[in-house]
Design a protein around this ligand. Structure first.
Ligand SMILES: O=P(O)(O)O[C@H]1O[C@H](CO)[C@@H](O)[C@H]1O
Length: 275
């Protein structure tokens, strides 16, 4: 199994031999958000033999590691491979995971360019029986039946909201429920209507398997979706979902997101360092 303890440990040891940095925070950069890694100080780039690239460094004085890109299920990777980096990060000593993505807005009050903190998720995979923790449980990672109702940590969300206020980002910040479909095709209009009726505020093609595996091994999680488009809800709409537009909007908001994460890391440092 790709995300077995032995394979994850081997990769974590391999990484330890290449950097002396010991990050406590990891950031997964969603589509168009890889630039987040560029603002780190004292960077060490570690290209994988496949995508993604790991960038170790410091942000606001705090050691952290950014994953530029991620493995997607729609690319043909197994859920084991999609979640393998999370377990490696855990074995490296990471405690906080900031997971970002580009997502389509289902909530009619959302605007393109909004930042949505993920309050909860709906896993269409999970509901359909495809959970990344399926199979033998390895207690060295976590318990057989992990709780998910508290997957997105309230304390982290509060620190993030403080940062939003200080930065003056309130007008384009939201909270909501993220829903993941397999992709790579975007949703039909009827599918979007179903997802909205189910209580989802945003839809994408990533993140949830990573969050489940991260929660299983006890990481503290903050989820951030960037609303890059509004999904189609009407047959009269002329708009069409396209990835170029998703990337364009991500890049427009990348700087705000960098500032947000930088501010948050400072606060995390203050909250965990003894005075
Ligand atoms: O979730 P991330 O990887 O940020 O990207 C989102 O944007 C892509 C589709 O435009 C898909 O990969 C979807 O999941």
């Amino acid at each position: 199994r790709r995300n077995s303890y032995e394979m994850c440990k081997e990769t974590a040891d391999w990484l330890r031999a290449r950097t002396a940095q010991c990050p406590k925070t990891a950031i997964i950069c969603g589509s168009g958000l890889g630039g987040l890694a560029e603002v780190l100080d004292n960077k060490t780039y570690i290209p994988g033999h496949q995508n993604p690239i790991l960038v170790f460094g410091e942000l606001n004085g705090q050691p952290c590691v950014c994953m530029q890109g991620r493995f997607h299920y729609y690319e043909g990777y197994s859920v084991g491979m999609v979640t393998f980096p999370i377990r490696v990060l855990f074995l490296l000593g990471v405690e906080v995971l900031i997971v970002t993505n580009a997502a389509g807005g289902l909530n009619p009050s959302f605007q393109v360019g909004d930042i949505m903190f993920i309050r909860d998720h709906i896993s269409m995979f999970g509901l359909g029986g495809q959970n990344p923790l399926r199979g033998p449980n390895d207690e060295r990672f976590g318990v057989r039946f992990p709780c998910m109702s508290d997957a997105y940590e309230q304390d982290l969300l509060s620190l993030a909201m403080e940062s939003v206020q200080e930065l003056g980002f309130v007008s384009f910040t939201r909270e909501g429920v993220y829903c993941q479909l397999a992709g790579p095709s975007y949703e039909t209009i009827a599918e979007c209507r179903v997802l909205q009726a189910l209580g989802a505020d945003a839809v994408g093609m990533s993140t949830i398997p990573e969050v489940i595996v991260a929660r299983h091994c006890g990481l503290r999680i903050l989820g951030i979706s960037l609303i890059t488009n509004k999904v189609m809800m009407s047959y009269n709409s002329q708009e069409k979902a396209n990835h170029e537009e998703v990337l364009r909007i991500s890049v427009v908001r990348a700087e705000a997101l960098q500032k947000l994460v930088t501010c948050l890391l400072g606060k995390l440092g203050e909250s965990t360092n003894p005075l």
